[in-house]
Structures are given as C-alpha cells and as structure tokens.
Design a protein around this ligand. Structure first.
Ligand SMILES: [Mn+2]
Length: 320
C-alpha cells in the first residue's frame, strides 16, 4: 500500500522530531557524506550501515535513497565515467544488503533543478519558487553544449552497466524527471522531460528494476491528464513526489498542495488503482510566516501542512 515518507537529511535536526510528530516513520534518505571516515566512500557498506543505524535511532526506516554520488562524467560521456559508475554499482549492491529498495537518480547534466525566483509571493504572503525561461543566467554553466542524442547514448551506456547490478541487488532504479522539463537550457540538452521520452527509457531496457519517480510537479507540466498517465505507467512507478504547480514548462510557479493545476484526489485514486505499494513524499512546499526560506521548497512548517493534506487524501481514498 502507498505510504507517506519525508526527505530527511542524514544529519539529525529538529525536522526529525517534527516528522515523527506528524506520524512519518519512513525516510527518504541522502547519502552519508557527513560522517565519512578517512578513505571511506559514500557507497561503502560501513558508511551506509552507520547512516541506516542513525536513522533507526531517530525512529525512521529508509525506503529510498535520493542522493547521487558525482555522475557528470557519466552523463557527458567523458573519461572517468567508469569510475563514477563503479561507485554507483557499489552503492546499489550495498543498498541491497541493507534492504533499501529504491534509488532515485536523474539525468540532468551540469546543474540540477533550476528556479529563477526563490521567493515568489503566494497565498497570504507565503513564498514559493518559480521559473521563467527568459531569466536563466548565462552563468548557469561554463561547459560546452551537449545534444539530446549524446545524453541518450550516455544513459544507455550507464544503464547497461548498472541495471544488472540493480537487479541482482533487488534495488529499483527510479528516474526523476528534468526540472523544469524543457530543453535545452543554455545549450545543455535535457531528455527526461516528456511522457514519450519516459516510455523510451522504460522500453530501452525492459526490467522490473528500470522504473520511474513520478514527480508530479514536473509530469503535470507534460500532460493535461496526470491521473491517466499514472495509470499508463502503472507498475513502472516506484516512488512519488506529490506536489503541484501552475503555469507552463517555460513559465510556472509552485503552489500549495491544494491550489495547483492538478486534481490531486484523482492522482491519489490512480495510485490506488495501479496497486502502487511504494512511498510518496510531499517534495517542495511553500515557506510560511515565521519559517526560514534558507532552503526554499524544504521549509519545515510547510511540510507539516503538506503531510496533513496528503494524509487526508490518502485516508479518503483508501478507506473505500
Ligand atoms: Mn521532485
């Protein structure tokens, strides 16, 4: 059955208690960069075991690791990529040993999610993040352009090495979409940005372990009927980011969970219909009065509202 989880940084913080108080027992984890000992890799069994133990002390079970070791050489197909891929293989093998079933990765090269305003006014004076393609600074990358064809080639090279390891470890690879889902950005192409491209990913190497992260904030910018697409992807969905936006891919802002373009109740019903049995997390939230916008999208109080809203939807749908 679908369960609610939260992204909880590996370093203990007040959020750990807030999440427990909100009834969240399942963690979407990072990687143990903060406790590495000399000569230890983030993918090593000892470092991951220590991280797992610390989450357990806080009352959390890790369901997903949503953090990546460096992968830009692999994404760009440059010398040194095999060493990066070896680290991913070690990570997956050790996740399997520790019973962590999903690894959320992405194929955005040079830079990750992009916003052009981190404090856009929203309901009642809360603030959200927003994006306008006209406002992206040239300084976002100093690397040469890369084509969509190159990204596909490099992704296939990566998956042919990594997917067999994931299968053996019984860890699902779960591809997060490009955020925002547009191409190119300052010459840097992006491929995980349409429904069709996601089907191409799935069909490229058919496997129960070649799966996707349904980040609703991005997928809802790719379609006018997100619940339909959730049903079409079905068992290929291994992880959900439950959030919303309003606007179009080139100009949008994030919204409160109850105020975006998407029928969130219909999405929840779709997850029930496909028998989704992984975890869902709120993803980005507004920053509200009295809270810090230092980590825009990840403020604490906004998350409490989101968790409560999602729990209500879940109870309404799964009660029937
Ligand atoms: Mn997301």
């Amino acid at each position: 059955m679908l369960e609610i989880a939260e992204f909880i940084n590996p370093t203990p913080s007040p959020l750990w208690k807030l999440a427990k108080q909100a009834g969240v027992d399942l963690a979407v984890a990072g990687l143990p960069f903060d406790t590495l000992q000399a000569g230890e890799r983030v993918s090593s069994l000892s470092a991951l075991q220590r991280m797992k133990d610390r989450y357990a002390e806080g009352g959390f079970k890790i369901e997903v690791i949503e953090s990546r070791p460096p992968l830009n050489l692999a994404k760009r197909g440059l010398e040194g990529r095999d060493a990066e891929i070896d680290v991913v293989c070690e990570l997956l093998t050790n996740m399997g040993k520790l019973g962590i079933p999903v690894w959320c990765y992405e194929w955005m090269t040079d830079f990750n999610w992009v916003r052009t305003n981190m404090a856009t006014p929203s309901r009642g004076g809360s603030v959200v993040t927003s994006f306008n393609a006209n406002d992206v600074p040239d300084s976002i990358t100093s690397n040469p352009p890369i084509s969509e064809a190159e990204l596909w080639t490099n992704l296939e090279y990566f998956l042919r090495k990594v997917l067999p390891v994931a299968e053996k470890a019984n860890v699902k690879l779960s591809m997060h979409p490009d955020d925002p889902p547009i191409t190119p950005i300052k010459g840097v192409s992006r491929i995980m940005r349409t429904i069709d491209n996601y089907h191409r990913l799935i069909d490229m190497l058919p496997s129960d372990h070649n799966t996707i992260t349904m980040c609703q904030g991005n997928f809802t910018l790719m379609t006018d009927d997100l619940p339909r697409e959730i049903r079409r992807f079905g068992k290929k969905i291994s992880f959900v980011h439950f959030r919303d936006v309003k606007g179009v891919p080139t100009a949008f802002e994030e919204t409160w969970h109850d105020a975006g373009k998407t029928d969130m109740l219909a999405c929840m019903k779709a997850y029930k219909d496909i028998g989704f049995d992984g975890v869902l997390r709120p993803d980005h939230v507004p920053t509200v009065e009295g809270d810090s916008n230092e980590h825009a999208g990840y403020s604490s109080f906004g998350r409490l509202y989101a968790i409560g809203y999602i729990r209500g939807l879940r109870q309404a749908v799964y009660a029937n």
